[in-house]
Design a protein around this ligand. Structure first.
Ligand code: FES
Length: 86
């Protein structure tokens, strides 16, 4: 099991799964869920290496540095800590 953490929550996610549902549980807005609206942008505070590679949709939405789209990321294993951007 992997873990998605925020300031005050910890959600367990299966290794290799999308983190979208966990993001929603910690207060990230999920709208389109297909990488085209950008409202699910998160700042990855810890564990970027535990996520899949950034994809084209995320690049088009201007993700750079430690930013990712919550609806597009999969967690490989381990833990990540994120903060919603919006
Ligand atoms: S919910 Fe729209 S880009 Fe993620």
């Amino acid at each position: 099991m992997a873990k998605v953490k925020s300031e005050d929550k910890e959600i367990e996610v299966k290794d290799g799964d999308f983190i979208k549902d966990a993001c929603e549980e910690i207060g990230v807005i999920i709208a389109c869920a297909d990488g085209t609206c950008g409202v699910c942008k998160v700042e990855v505070e810890e564990g970027m290496e535990n996520l899949n590679e950034i994809n084209e949709a995320e690049k088009e939405m201007g993700c750079e540095g430690n930013e990712r789209l919550g609806c597009q990321c999969k967690i490989k294993k381990g833990e990540i800590k994120i903060n919603p951007v919006f």
